[in-house]
Design a protein around this ligand. Structure first.
Ligand SMILES: Nc1ncnc2c1ncn2[C@@H]1O[C@H](COP(=O)(O)OP(=O)(O)O)[C@@H](O)[C@H]1O
Ligand SMILES: [Mg+2]
Length: 421
């Protein structure tokens, strides 16, 4: 068996499925995909674990499949942080630079970030991520890494993500019960962004919308940093339920119809396609009926508009709607619904594309993960690989330094390495 530290494992514990990617030793920052595993997920509701036994089983099945394919024994995994109770907001603080020569140290940076995050949280909530957006040294703003600069005052703006303590703890417990250790936890839509957004997307402004089964995650990038995040309790299962209810057909049939002939944009179908008939099985032993694809569209399009309007309103309220030069990127299984891009372009009034794991960041079994529904797992493996590379370069003593990447990838390491029960 290969040495553990040479492999990085992304484990995306979703409401509809658990996906696992084993990445091999890297060349020039490219993640070699050695094995993948996927298992139907039961035991989660709106992104959080509500039935631990079922979740543990799904995790084991997905990880075992990826282990078999890669020949790698999984030990440490980087997992997603999800759930509709996750909240993000921005904080800021100013500290005096401590050293006599006024040279900013990693310690000053840490103090500034700690001070920006020193906020009173409601009982049962905790900070799960701290993402520095920008540093300001005296009056000079727009600084990414102020270490070794000279100044009297250091200000920082930080995006702070909070979550209920129990949601994180239950995810860690389930992973531990599956025989694994959590090395790191990353907000799911940020992981999807790591796999699918380019540096230009992040710099010039973009919004990533990860449409899962019961939740939709949003993150907005500008000037290379996360400016806003949100999670909505809406997702692909609402589309399926609408079909089941509207066409009076069982849920599994509604899911099948949605995936095969469903469309969220009437305008993207030709007249002939709109008129195509679809056989819809009935409930209670009644004969199946024939309905046109237009009727299916009439059900799905308003739902797509509703979900996307929530996201669009959030972006507008956060003040970033005029600064999305790179447009909107859709990931998650929900992005696979036909017509989503067209309807999203209408709603956001911006260019929209489906996000696939970027080909220049992955090697090996890349074709197997070329789907927006693999974006989160791919991003988790990538973040984990960068953390390993950083550790090897700087040594673990320097972990938690000043760089944005350092903060992004290594803050949780060790903290989550609970005992395997
Ligand atoms: N081909 C498809 N067409 C339409 N919807 C799809 C398709 N594939 C998956 N979905 C939907 O995507 C959702 C699951 O997305 P996923 O990102 O895997 O969710 P989660 O992370 O919550 O498990 C489900 O609601 C499913 O119906
Ligand atoms: Mg997901």
């Amino acid at each position: 068996m290969a040495k553990r530290t040479n492999h990085t494992i992304g484990l995306d514990i979703g409401t509809s499925k658990v996906t696992c990617i084993v990445g091999g030793p890297s060349d020039e920052g490219v993640l070699q995909v050695l094995g993948i595993g996927e298992a139907e997920s039961r035991g989660l509701r709106k992104g959080v674990i509500v039935n631990p036994d079922a979740a543990v089983e799904a995790i084991k099945r997905a990880v075992e499949e990826a282990e078999r394919m890669s020949g790698v024994q999984a030990e440490e995994v980087t997992i997603n942080l999800a759930g509709s109770h996750i909240m993000g907001f921005n904080g800021q603080a100013i500290v005096a630079v401590a050293g006599r020569d006024r040279e900013i140290t990693a310690d000053d940076v840490r103090r500034a970030i700690d001070s920006a995050c020193a906020i009173q949280l409601p009982a049962g909530r905790e900070i799960v991520d701290r993402l520095p957006q920008e540093f300001i040294v005296d009056d000079q703003d727009g600084i990414n890494d102020p270490v070794s600069m000279t100044g009297a005052r250091l200000a920082v703006k930080v995006h702070i993500v909070t979550s209920p303590v129990t949601a994180r703890q239950n995810a860690i417990n389930a992973v531990n019960r599956a025989g694994l250790i959590v090395a790191d936890m990353i907000l799911e839509q940020l992981a999807a962004a790591e796999a699918t957004l380019t540096e230009d997307d992040k710099e010039y402004g973009s919004a990533l919308v990860d449409i899962g089964a019961e939740t939709t995650g949003l993150c907005v990038y500008q000037r290379g940093a996360v400016q806003h995040t949100a999670v909505f309790p809406l997702g692909g299962s609402h589309f399926t339920n609408d079909i089941a209810f509207g066409l009076r057909t069982p849920i599994p049939e509604a899911e099948r119809i949605k995936r095969s002939v469903g469309c969220a944009s009437s305008a993207s179908l030709s007249d002939a396609q709109r008129g195509e008939m679809v056989e819809v099985p009935s409930v209670g032993g009644r004969a199946p009926r024939q309905l046109s694809r237009q009727i299916l569209c009439d059900i799905l399009q308003p739902r797509a508009e509703e979900v996307l309007m929530h996201v669009s309103d959030e972006i507008r309220d956060s003040g970033w709607n005029r600064q999305l030069s790179s447009g909107v990127v859709l990931t998650g299984g929900g992005a696979l619904l036909n017509g989503m891009v067209e309807t999203a372009e209408q709603v956001f009034d911006a260019p929209v594309r489906v996000g696939y794991p970027e080909r220049d960041r992955f090697g090996g079994l890349i074709e197997d993960i070329q789907s927006p529904s693999w974006a989160a797992a791919a991003g988790l493996a990538l973040v984990s690989q960068r953390a390993h590379a950083l550790e090897q370069r700087t040594g673990s003593a320097k972990r938690g330094g000043s760089g944005r990447l350092t903060h992004f990838v290594s803050k949780f390491r060790n903290r989550f390495s609970g005992s395997i029960s």
